[in-house]
Design a binder for this molecule. Structure first.
Ligand SMILES: *Cc1c(COP(=O)(O)O)cnc(C)c1O
Length: 441
């Protein structure tokens, strides 16, 4: 690379990642192959549209492809079509879906496309409150979608379950077009069957935003919402799924011609979604990223990925235990997935930002996060959120969680002692170097 300034920063970022351990639960380290696909010449290609009826029956497909080999607006698509079809079929296999739209540029784009596919302006969507672990895109007032749709938020109960009685009550009252189950800071496994039952009663579209746990679902370490009658699942591809930054929409239903507007029925959801992604909410797909998604899906279909997903959960449970033993009080007293929430105010009388900043200085990264019914402001909330997807990719096992919990305790204790923090940083660096980044291999 000739751009010295950028090259220098790439090298610096590689070193930052090698020198520390990533505990932010929404981050991960991709493989060399995923990086290579992302850095490929597919970035040069415009391919607005879709790669034809790849999911139709074989004979139907033959006819369809004769008439129109692909629904693209530009020529030169023989390779992009194959890449996108591969990404779609691998995603469908991985998540037991009838259809996959692999084009969303991000998780937020994926969610917006689903809302746009199924709702009219002003329609009601039920989602988990941001302060109780939901995501910004689930109707936080600062978002564009909150201005278009009527979001009604449910919360979690005292013992950390989604408040299913409240979901039932709100569904009865508002007859929501969509009931959305999804979270960014929630350490339990939702009762999908219970939500599905409520949704069926009111004819709501059942949507799961599994951005955080998609990799666990792919690896069989978390239930798959499709097994409980959910119609749509959105996800990011860069969190536990360990692919490039991007979004993905999976659905059940009949895959049809995206050029023809179908009637709004649950059966037509796959086609409604395709049209809502393009031309509804996006322009040209990022084909280099779609190539990298295809690589990541292939990796997630391998038997080793199942072990990876299981190890993420084992590590999280062990880390939760070690932290508890050191006085960190966990929200909902533990974890059932990859994610841990600590109530720093209750544990030590400090806010989450203070621990985040101390840990930054020693090379452990996590983020300050609101806890349910937090009384502190969003930029200095009471809790911290951490998780094990990235460190499990590095190769850390349960026994290593002891060390991480101990470093967290020491950083907390010495947060005003820069000399001591410097010493801890050297220890973390030395330890981290034993676990190379996957892209170094
Ligand atoms: C991360 C996340 C998103 C958003 O993904 P981006 O790619 O950052 O837009 C959406 N929903 C949930 C539940 C998430 O955790």
């Amino acid at each position: 690379m000739n751009d010295e300034a950028i090259l220098g920063l790439i090298k610096a970022e590689e070193n930052r990642q090698r020198d520390g351990l990533e505990l932010i639960p929404s981050e991960n380290y991709v493989s060399h192959d995923v990086l290579a696909a992302m850095g490929s010449v597919f970035t040069n290609k415009y391919s607005e549209g879709f790669p034809s009826f790849s999911e139709l029956d074989a004979d139907e497909r033959e006819i369809a492809e004769k008439i129109m080999p692909s629904f693209r607006y530009y020529g030169g698509q023989e390779n992009t079509n194959r890449v996108e079809r591969l990404a779609i079929s691998r995603a469908c296999k991985l998540f037991k879906a009838d259809h996959a739209n692999v084009q969303p540029h991000s998780g937020a784009q994926a969610n917006n496309a689903v809302y746009f596919a199924w709702c009219e302006t002003g329609d009601t969507i039920l989602g988990l409150d941001l302060g109780h672990g939901g995501h910004l895109t689930h109707g936080a007032p600062v978002t564009q979608s909150a201005q278009v749709y009527n979001f009604v938020r449910y919360k979690t109960t005292e013992n950390g379950d989604l408040d299913y009685d409240e979901i039932a009550r709100l569904a009865k009252k508002h007859r929501p077009k969509i009931i959305l189950v999804g979270f960014s800071a929630y350490p339990k496994v939702p009762d999908f069957a219970r939500v599905a039952e409520i949704g069926r009663e009111y004819g709501s579209l059942l949507m799961a935003d599994m951005a955080h746990v998609a990799g666990l679902i792919a690896g069989g370490a978390h239930p798959n919402p499709f097994d409980f009658g959910f119609h749509v699942m959105t996800t990011t591809t860069h969190k536990t799924l360990r692919g490039p930054r991007g979004g993905l929409i999976l659905s059940r239903g009949k895959v049809g011609n995206p050029l023809k507007k179908p009637t709004k029925t649950l059966e037509n959801i796959p086609t409604l979604i395709d049209r809502a992604v393009f031309p509804g909410t996006q322009g040209g797909p990022l084909m280099h990223v779609i190539a990298a998604k295809a690589v990541a899906f292939h990796e997630a279909l391998q038997p080793e990925f199942k072990k990876y997903a299981e190890q993420i959960v084992k590590n999280a449970k062990r880390l939760a235990k070690e932290l508890t033993a050191r006085g960190f009080e966990l929200v909902f007293s533990g974890t059932e997935n990859h994610l841990i929430l600590v109530d720093m105010m209750k544990s030590f009388g400090i806010d989450g930002k203070e621990l985040e900043m101390a840990l930054d200085k020693i090379g452990l990264n996590l983020n300050a996060n609101a806890i349910p019914n937090d009384t502190l402001p969003a930029f200095r909330p009471s809790g911290v959120r951490l998780g094990t997807p990235a460190i499990t990719t590095r190769g850390l096992l349960e026994k290593d969680m002891v060390r991480i919990a101990e470093w967290m305790r020491l950083a907390l204790e010495n947060r005003k002692n820069d000399q001591k923090l410097e010493k801890l940083r050297a220890e973390v660096r030395e330890f981290s170097h034993r676990f190379p980044l996957p892209s170094d291999n």
